[in-house]
Design a protein around this ligand. Structure first.
Ligand code: C2O
Length: 348
């Protein structure tokens, strides 16, 4: 075979990075200079299955559990890799090029706008979910997903805007709080809102059809560009990544901040609890796209399959996990509650 060009971070080469063109940030983990022993990923017990449910359909008792888990996570000290702040900084590290690539010193590792987008975020929220569950001793705990692709889910789920809860976040655009229907193709330069509720909903469904079906008929169009060790040219996001993913980040973040932080910029985005429900939906839509295409468009390039990252698990072990480890969610012990795909018959 050819040369191994799988991606991986050089964990001992972390540095400050640009969160915006005019803002240097530092999000490296404490003590990164000293390598920590790691173990290879092992599949978890797959029973009970963690069933991720639509955020707008959650009952009080689930919200109370998540509330408790998130409160504990937010109270952990920064030294603890399970703490909310450290979880948020994982995103900052891999999304602003804080690490150099292994075996390619000087190349910054950036997972956005490349084919690493889906697998990296899957890994991040997989560990995040299991940490939350372990903090409350609940091995059924599953992240909710914000189902912004179906009409009933197109507003920010109510519990995220309850000011007295840990789900609330002050750095948001309050004019976009419920009952505003999200604009899946939002741009801060457009009129806001662009449409009335009904038109916005219809426009969103037609847009989803484009992102999931008509605009996503080739692997690279949906997954993003080929990104290998030493690569500096890959900079082309998949359909879903560019929008609704990026656009909703921008739509949520506060218009009072220069980069619409916190959700509006990657260095700060994961500080907002709604980030995790947003990414749970993105992760689900990856599965939906695979399903629509009978998995015939799945990437089989060994450099992608062998690319790897390291995350702390719920037992504080550092784990090396490869893309190939996260391609079967059944083996990862979670599933998604089925919801309609109303956009499937919204060919514009
Ligand atoms: Cu890494 Cu939603 O972004």
């Amino acid at each position: 075979g050819g040369k191994n060009l799988a991606i991986g971070p050089n964990l001992t080469a972390c540095h400050s990075s640009y969160g915006r063109p005019d803002l240097l940030v530092y999000c490296c983990p404490p003590g990164f200079q000293n390598p920590v022993p790691f173990t290879d990923f092992k599949f978890p017990d797959t029973s009970p299955v963690r069933v991720r449910r639509p955020a707008h359909l959650l009952n009080e008792s689930f919200i109370a559990k998540y509330n408790k888990a998130l409160s504990i996570m937010k109270s952990l000290p920064y030294d603890d890799p399970r703490s909310f702040h450290r979880q948020a900084n994982l995103h900052c590290q891999f999304c602003t090029g804080a690490y150099e690539m292994l075996n390619s010193s000087g190349s910054e590792l950036n997972i956005h706008r490349t084919w690493m987008f889906f697998p990296w975020h899957r890994m991040m929220i997989y560990f995040h979910e299991r940490i939350l569950g372990s903090l409350i001793g609940d091995d059924t705990f599953a992240l909710p997903f914000w189902a912004w692709d179906i009409p009933d889910g197109m507003t920010i789920p109510d519990f995220y805007v309850d000011k007295s809860s840990p789900f609330f976040h002050s750095q948001r655009d309050f004019s976009h709080f419920p009952p505003r229907v999200a604009d899946l193709d939002y741009s801060p330069d457009d009129n806001d809102p662009r449409f009335d509720r009904k038109e916005q909903t219809e426009t969103n469904l037609a847009f989803m059809y484009n992102r999931m079906v008509s605009g996503a008929k080739k692997t690279e169009l949906f997954m993003g560009c080929t990104y290998k060790a030493g690569d500096k040219n890959c900079d082309s996001p998949g359909t879903i990544e560019s929008a609704p993913h990026n656009t909703l980040h921008t739509w949520i973040g506060s218009g009072l901040n220069p980069g619409r932080e916190d959700m509006g910029k990657f260095y700060s985005a994961a500080k907002d609890p709604v980030f995790y429900a947003h990414h749970s939906n993105i992760d689900r839509l990856w599965e939906v796209w695979r399903d629509i295409n009978d998995r015939k468009l799945d990437i089989d390039d060994s450099d992608w399959l062998n690319s790897f990252f390291l995350f702390y698990d719920e037992n504080l072990n550092l784990v090396k996990i490869k893309v190939t480890d996260v391609l079967d969610i059944t083996k990862l012990g979670y599933s998604y509650e089925e919801v309609d795909r109303p956009w499937l018959n919204h060919r514009p």
